[in-house]
Ligand binder design. Structure first.
Ligand SMILES: [Mn+2]
Length: 334
């Protein structure tokens, strides 16, 4: 496969989207604001060009994104089971497995992979992968501009939401001048930043609050290994009436403790399935740790899924993190 430059990839995505129909647009399982915002952005572009766009995600869309225009257009693969598509756009998916059951709707034809994960496996027919982008939504915002489309308030809000989520409200090191310029462009088109941040960062449900209480209590801090971690068994969720989605932000509190370099969260999702989320403060490349367990992500935020019971998943991951922290700081001291 020929390697396109970033600009060539953007142009190829643009001309391919404008040419064909209908197109299935998918984001990853357990979707986040970036995948959702980027998907809504691509759907908006296709509709503006008079093309049919169908949105799909294996998991339900978390209710906190209800305020986004067009959010009801997301289908589950089951709802589309009688259909198939030869054109597919994946957004914010580092590898093919991330779209989960949506894959069953695709008959190989044209696969456009738009993503910003450094670990992206280039699984598309056209791969537009830009690791230096803070968010896939940032890339899609550029795609719209390049395609000559206006940022209507609804789509601007969706894309701003995506950028906001992946930068932790413009906190993280991935926030570049380009990110800010792109966000500013969106703000000029009617985005209400207070509404977005209230929904994303400053509101939690009562079950979510109960879960935070318990998770904080269970958090283990190992300052010698510059790590804090917590395991969320099923029972903890059900006791609080919380959902899997409510677990998402907890790992940031682990990393937030002074002296901690890596925050780590284990989440039991099945009797033989554990998700791990990793966050680092400044030095440790957690994407490498995640990759060693079959996952991926970014240097400061990554994750993986382990086919093990919770009790067996914890020790190997803790060892890997301890080793990586020790190695990173030994190198740094050299
Ligand atoms: Mn993203």
């Amino acid at each position: 496969m020929n390697q396109r430059t970033d600009e060539e990839a953007l142009k190829a995505v643009l001309s391919t989207l404008q040419a064909g129909e209908p197109t299935l647009i998918a984001t990853h399982v357990n979707p986040d604001g970036d995948g959702i915002g980027a998907a809504l952005g691509v759907a908006y572009a296709l509709r503006k060009w008079g093309k049919e766009a169908v949105l799909c995600c294996e998991s339900p869309i978390p209710s906190r994104y209800d305020f986004l225009e067009g959010i009801d257009a997301f289908h589950t693969p089951d709802q589309l089971a009688t259909q198939s598509f030869t054109r597919l756009v994946t957004v914010d998916c580092g590898d093919w497995a991330r779209i989960g059951k949506v894959a069953s709707l695709y008959r190989p034809g044209m696969l456009i992979n738009i993503d910003h994960h450094e670990t992206n496996t280039q699984f598309g027919t056209i791969n537009w992968v830009r690791p230096q982008a803070a968010a896939t939504s940032e890339m899609v915002a550029e795609l719209l501009k390049e395609g000559g489309l206006p940022y209507e308030r609804g789509v601007a809000t969706a894309l701003f939401t995506g950028i906001s989520v992946d930068t932790g409200s413009f906190h993280y090191s991935n926030t570049t001048p380009q990110t800010m310029r792109q966000a500013a462009d969106l703000l000029e088109n009617g985005v209400e930043p207070d509404v977005v941040s209230d929904r994303l960062f400053d509101t939690y449900t009562l079950p979510q609050f109960q879960l935070m209480r318990r998770a904080f209590d269970a958090m283990q801090v190992e300052l010698e290994s510059k790590m804090a971690w917590v395991a969320i068994p099923f029972e903890m969720l059900s006791a609080c009436g919380a959902s899997q989605d409510d677990v998402e932000g907890l790992v940031n509190y682990a990393r937030g403790i002074e002296g901690v370099e890596v925050g780590l969260l284990f989440r039991e999702v099945g009797s033989n399935e554990v998700k791990i989320s990793l966050r680092s403060r400044k030095w440790v490349n957690v994407a490498e740790i995640a990759a060693s367990f079959g996952g991926g992500g970014h240097a400061r935020a990554a994750g993986a899924t382990l086919a093990l019971p919770l009790s067996e998943a914890i020790q190997p991951v803790l060892s890997a993190v301890r080793n990586k922290v020790a190695e990173t700081f030994a190198e740094k001291a050299r």
